[in-house]
Write a new protein. Structure first.
Lengths: 260, 179
């Protein structure tokens, strides 16, 4: 399966922009000189105190909401940290100008999968798959017990996903680098196992049980996560460490390899 | 994920000092990012020339005001200043550096005829989502830096970019050749 979608967008954007001058830092220095010497300003102590009190109140309110496990709108995923993540992402787009599309990340009723739980290097992760109201199929992942909970959402258009899974049993749809590097994707229900092969096998591949994000009468699919130790990031960074491949075992015993 | 799924972004390439920024660090950011910043700002100003001017002015203000930097991502801080220069001029640049990104921003590709298909696909995104796309693919900022530059959470950035990517690929690659 060809899977170089990550390169398509950076390439298209890069082609549009003319090259900039290599070295005109001296011009910046001249402009800075005209602005005068470096200055420092500290916020008055009273302002800082009020800000701290307000931040505390907001944190308490947010924590209570998260603990309640209730999503602000849409169906709860059953994972308060993921509900908070989805609500936060949706709320941040609440103020778009009239007429603009407003992304909504909350699940459509009845579309949420069973929880997928896995561990990587003493970190516990919980993920769910779901379909959003604007017909994207998504998965969301959190590390709920972390002192500094992190999480993320990955989505793909339902039509694109259907097409991708018609071409091959596994579709690696996105991810990000850092520590750890986490890639995510979707697979046909007939995929019963995923494994890392090639250069780096020290990661974890977690495959969900089949679920039907598009409704009870539709084909079931699975979602999965691949967690590896970490690689450089950026728009052009690969989703899997160099030389690493994903091997899919199908229900009929055959094996299919996805290479990135 | 936090990159759409990178749970934790890597350490930022340029990390601030606790209070105040080092002039050399600002220069390093300039050398590494000025082209990306210019390209991203051109989506706000409408031309690469005016964007270049805003980038230079933004970095000059960052140098002059580096004592006001309070930590976090230096790139994000400078971006906010440069963005403000692009929008309103120097006076509000100082204000914006503290207050975040204005809501009315409506960035567009500066040269839509260069790639009408991409321009049209980008126009279908919400303005703030568009800005995040430009910061990612033009300015090459990390999710954490975009989050700080836009005043939202990393999860929001990840979600917005993931959905934007799905929308753009749907429009640009309808046959799924690149998927």
């Amino acid at each position: 399966m060809s899977t170089d979608s990550d390169q398509l967008l950076p390439d298209r954007f890069a082609r549009l922009a003319p090259k900039a001058d290599v070295d005109d830092w001296a011009d910046v220095l001249c402009r800075a000189e005209r602005l005068g010497p470096p200055s420092s300003r500290r916020a008055p102590r009273r302002v800082l105190l009020v800000a701290a009190v307000l931040a505390g109140l907001f944190a308490l309110a947010g924590g209570a909401l998260a603990l309640s496990g209730v999503s602000l709108s849409g169906e709860s995923t059953g994972v308060p940290a993921i509900d908070g993540l989805l609500d936060g992402a949706t709320r941040d787009f609440a103020d778009v100008p009239p007429g603009s599309p407003r992304p909504r990340f909350q699940p459509q009723r009845g579309s949420v999968s069973e929880k997928l739980r896995f561990q990587f290097r003493a970190h516990n992760y919980t993920a769910v798959g779901f379909r959003t109201r604007d017909r994207s199929v998504c998965s969301a992942l959190v590390e709920p017990r972390s002192k500094r909970p992190n999480g993320g959402i990955g989505c793909i258009g339902a039509r694109s996903l259907r097409r991708a899974l018609a071409q091959g049993p596994v579709h690696l749809s996105g991810g990000g680098g850092g520590w750890p590097t986490i890639a995510h994707g979707f697979a046909r229900a007939e995929v019963v196992g995923l494994a890392l092969t090639g250069a780096r096998r020290d990661g974890v591949v977690a495959l969900s049980e089949p679920w039907r994000p598009r409704g009870p009468d539709t084909e079931p699919i699975r979602f999965f996560y691949v967690v590896t130790k970490g690689e450089p990031t950026g728009p052009r960074a690969p989703l899997l460490p160099k030389g690493t491949r994903i091997e899919a075992r199908l229900a009929d015993g055959s094996v299919s390899e996805l290479q990135r | 994920m936090v990159s759409p799924h990178g749970l934790k972004e890597p350490p930022l390439s340029i990390v601030s000092e606790a209070v105040g920024a080092d002039a050399r660090a600002i220069e390093e950011v300039y050398r590494a990012r000025h082209e990306g910043f210019r390209n991203a700002l051109a989506t706000v100003t409408g031309s690469y020339d005016s964007a270049h001017d805003a980038v230079q002015e933004g970095f000059a203000i960052a140098l002059a005001k580096r004592g006001q930097f309070r930590g976090g991502s230096l790139e994000a801080w400078i971006w906010r200043i440069a963005l403000s220069c692009a929008l309103d001029g120097r006076r509000s640049a100082r204000r914006l550096a503290l207050n975040g990104v204005p809501d009315k921003l409506d960035p567009q590709l500066p040269d839509p005829v260069g790639d009408p298909e991409l321009a049209s696909a980008v126009r279908t995104l919400a303005p703030r989502q568009r800005l995040m796309v430009f910061l990612r693919y033009y300015a090459d900022l990390s999710y954490a830096q975009i989050a700080e530059a836009c005043g939202v959470s990393e999860g929001t950035v990840a979600a917005a970019l993931s959905q934007a990517r799905a929308v753009l690929l749907e429009a640009l690659d309808p046959e799924g050749v690149h998927r």
